[in-house]
Design a protein around this ligand. Structure first.
Ligand code: BTN
Length: 249
């Protein structure tokens, strides 16, 4: 029997500290089926990347966590989870007619230079296998971008109209299911799609390498999700997100 589709099971909470934290706590007590979605109207202590808070406007934005339980996925493929999430968000935002949507490595979604969504992923590895992944998504929908970034934006700021949040959620979950199937069947295509959408490709930009300022040109992304960057001496190296980061804006 195949896996249930993403969103087949949903837990809708009016208010919670963080959907990622809620998912982690629930998973300590019980198994959750693949595709379970934990959705909150309000997060009182939303978590962002690098220990930063994620602020969203209650009832206006989308804050959710999706539990993925791959039956047989090598840990080497784990960057595919980040790719599927970022590309599903991009597709969802573009379907509203927002132009200039790109993905910023490893898993932000931008409109031009303005951040519209962030993804926080907790992967659980067992040996060389990816046992489970909790994919936390914060998408700015009808708010004023929540001063995330800066600069930040939301779908309604881009379009100057309100957006149906429920319809957006359905589109997002369907897009995630589609990209999940692609990750299983044709990860090369998912990678190519991510590369085509990658923000800053070919440009010189500020990074941090092992915490120190580092200027480099973003050249490419390898199959493991490592960025290939060229330094000022012309040598090209591959770095993962454990060492390389975009410099804070
Ligand atoms: C980032 O810093 O860009 C990542 C933001 C991730 C926010 C989402 S909102 C739903 C889920 N629950 C959390 O506490 N964080 C993620």
């Amino acid at each position: 029997m195949g896996l249930p589709a993403i969103g087949s099971k949903r837990i809708h909470l009016p208010s919670v500290d963080s959907t990622n934290k809620y998912a982690a706590e629930l998973l300590e007590r019980e198994e959750l089926a693949h595709g379970t979605v934990i959705l909150a109207d309000e997060q009182t202590a939303g978590e962002g990347q690098r220990g930063r808070p994620w602020i969203s406007t209650p009832g206006s934005d989308l804050t959710l966590s999706v539990v993925l339980v791959p039956p047989d996925m090598s840990a080497a493929k784990q960057f595919g989870i980040a790719q599927l999430a970022a590309l599903a968000i991009k597709e969802t935002v573009e379907a509203e007619d927002v132009q200039g949507v790109q993905v910023k490595w490893p898993n932000d979604v931008l409109v031009e230079d303005r951040k519209i969504a962030g993804v926080l992923i907790a992967n659980e590895l067992v040996g060389q296998q990816l046992a489970r992944s909790v994919v936390g998504i914060g998408l700015n929908v009808n708010s004023s971008g929540n001063e995330q970034g800066p600069p930040a934006t939301s779908i309604s700021m881009e379009l100057l109209r309100r957006v149906d949040r429920d319809a957006l959620l359905e589109r997002l979950l369907a897009a995630m299911e589609h990209r999940w199937q692609l990750l299983i069947a044709d990860p090369g295509r998912l990678h190519a799609e991510y590369l085509a959408a990658l923000w800053g490709r070919g440009r010189w930009m500020p990074f941090t390498l092992d915490g120190a300022p580092y200027r480099a040109r973003l050249v490419e992304l390898d199959d493991h999700g490592r960025l290939l960057v060229e330094d000022e001496n012309g040598s090209v190296s591959a770095y993962g997100m454990d060492r390389l980061r975009h410099a804070p804006r």
